[in-house]
Unconditional design. Structure first.
Length: 149
């Protein structure tokens, strides 16, 4: 009422950080990226990227779009898009990921399952196109064609 020309400021997303020396327990839900350089125990659900730094230690299940492990993780992880394990990364748990990159020197104790990408309608298969004439009769074999992808 007093100020008719209210300016709405857009809220910018901020990444979250659990810093070196910090300890946090509980459940974390975030829409932005999360970086862990300290200790975390609990459960993580993130719509962005979860990065466990070289000094980070996580005892948790992690579900995120992308996960980068350079520290230690004890628990199952699900990366909708990809999981990257650097040369200093350790994972003691199971993986479910769209794609996986494990660099030399990393440690993985657990099983790996890859999510299947949805198949394209004409992905690499051959389809027989059998054309019919106006009367509904099938044409000769010379008119049948094979179409790829």
């Amino acid at each position: 009422m007093w100020n008719k020309n209210k300016h709405q400021t857009s809220v910018k997303s901020t990444d979250s950080l659990i810093g070196h020396g910090g300890t946090l327990e509980g459940k974390v839900n975030c829409d932005t990226n999360l970086r862990i350089e300290g200790n975390f125990s609990g459960e993580i659900h993130c719509r962005g990227t979860v990065t466990v730094g070289e000094q980070g230690a996580v005892r948790s299940t992690i579900k995120a779009q992308e996960i980068i492990i350079a520290g230690k993780v004890y628990g199952d992880v699900t990366a909708d898009r990809r999981l990257i394990m650097t040369g200093t990364g350790q994972l003691h748990g199971n993986i479910l990921a769209g794609s996986l990159s494990i660099m030399e020197g990393s440690v993985l104790n657990g099983s790996v399952a890859m999510t299947e990408e949805p198949a394209l309608e004409h992905a690499g298969g051959l389809q027989v196109s059998d054309k019919t004439d106006k009367t509904g009769k099938h044409g000769s074999k010379a008119q049948s064609t094979l179409e790829a992808g």
